[in-house]
Design a protein around this ligand. Structure first.
Ligand code: LLP
Length: 411
């Protein structure tokens, strides 16, 4: 069941009418459904069946502390890619032994931070990084638990900007070099080999690329075993897609069924790093209509949110559903645009949508992932509040900064 729906002609998040939140928080704001989030987590967790696993939610998709506390409280782990995300993950209550640190540009300071926290694994992205981590662990008198991110050269058939497991991308160690890296690491007294990792891309709508990549990781794990190098986990990354428009993303069950035959060849713990699939459809961006403007060739619905609040349409030509918060049978076609001084500032183009008047609200759907977390203060527009709904209750879990606060690091 969707946790965002019309009730009595008004768009609701769970049991809360969206206009009620607007009264308290002002617009624009992000609203998240706590129960949709918990359902996503529990459904993925259950679909693993008897396969031992840890779900390490990718914080970059939505890094709000309260959202993350919901997940950590349910037993979820975290995937982080920066010192800032690690700091957040620990504040949000994720258990260090369920945190993996990915990314291709870790600094020594970040390595130290991760080693001090005692996390599950640092997934190393290159041979050079492996040497730097070894040195860092040596200086600290520690042994770093490491996985190696490999580049499996698999085509995830997604938007080129978010395909990450092809040979031509900057990520991971080439398969032909992986064994040598592991051999080096296994001989080091400051490195402890614990896993193997990859991430092939995002918004992936088929299971075959995951199976292909997972199979390649299992092949490496088996070669390592022959050399006496055992691993604790295989981490297949994130990437499962969601429905924005008319896509039909795979079910969790189909995803697990695709991994299982390979897992049976090497039944160690599986780590997944879902971001979008956990949070994408648990959020809406709610914005107020300021003006409806007719040009000779187009109609523009001008709203108080803008591309700095949600970059995805401008950046990836991404489709996000647009809903008139007051339900209406009357429809028109319009571009929904913000107030940034660029023509790329839009949420929807030539969209058939419910008719809205100035003063009314619009909900931009699928705004839980890579939405608030990617937003900026471009045009000196304050970051928008975030609201978490639980049943008929809601709370503002990030408030809107004042203009003074926006300048505090510069004064
Ligand atoms: N693990 C790693 C190493 C990643 O780089 C990512 C996402 C994930 C996990 C989570 O992937 P997901 O399950 O969310 O697909 N800003 C883009 C998406 C960028 C994804 C970056 N990496 C967008 O708005 O579509």
């Amino acid at each position: 069941m969707s946790h965002f729906a019309y009730r009595d002609g008004i768009w609701h998040c769970e049991d809360v009418p969206v206009p009620r939140i607007a009264e308290e928080a002002g617009t624009p704001f992000y609203v998240y459904s706590k129960n949709a989030l918990l359902e996503n987590y529990k459904a993925m967790d259950a679909a693993f069946g008897d396969m031992p696993h840890t779900i390490c939610y990718a914080l970059k998709a939505n890094s709000n502390l309260s959202v993350n506390r919901v997940l950590s409280g349910a037993g979820c782990g975290a995937e982080v890619v920066s010192g800032g995300e690690l700091f957040r993950a620990l504040k949000a209550g994720y258990s260090p032994d369920k945190i993996v640190f990915d990314g291709n540009a870790k600094t020594v300071a970040e390595m130290r931070q991760a080693l001090e926290a005692g996390i599950c694994a640092i997934n190393v992205d290159s041979e050079n990084e492996l040497r730097v981590l070894e040195q860092t662990a040596k200086q600290m008198g520690l042994r770093a638990r490491i996985g190696l991110r490999v580049n499996p050269d698999v085509n995830p058939e997604t938007h080129p900007k978010i395909a990450t497991g092809l040979k031509t991308t900057k990520f991971g160690v080439d398969l032909t070099k992986a064994i040598a890296c592991y051999e080096h690491a296994s001989k080091s007294s400051h490195l402890q080999v614990v896993g193997i990792q990859t991430h092939i891309g995002s918004q992936i709508l088929k299971v075959d690329p995951f199976a292909e990549a997972f199979g390649k990781l299992v092949d490496i794990a088996l070669s390592l075993r022959e050399k006496g190098i055992g691993i604790e986990f295989i981490d297949i990354g994130g990437g499962l897609g969601i429905q924005y428009n008319e896509e039909a993303p795979p079910t969790y069950e189909a995803y697990m069924a695709a991994l299982r035959p390979h897992w049976e060849r090497c039944p160690v713990r599986i780590i997944t790093e879902p971001g979008r699939r956990m949070v994408g459809n648990v959020g809406n961006l709610v914005t107020r209509v300021l003006y409806v403007k007719e040009s000779p060739v187009k109609r523009f619905v001008v709203v108080d949110g803008a591309m700095n609040d949600l970059w995805r349409p401008s950046m990836y030509d991404a489709y996000h559903g647009v809903v008139a918060v007051r339900e209406t049978r009357e429809r028109f076609t319009a571009d929904v645009v913000g107030g940034i001084c660029e023509s790329g500032d839009y949420f929807a183009r030539d969209r058939d949508m419910g008719v809205v008047q100035p003063g009314e609200f619009i909900a931009i759907q699928s705004g839980g992932a890579y939405s608030s977390s990617m937003s900026s203060e471009y045009n000196s527009r304050p970051l928008v509040p975030e609201v978490l709904v639980d049943g008929d209750q809601f709370s503002v879990v990030r408030r809107r900064p004042s203009y003074e606060e926006m300048l505090r690091l510069e004064m």
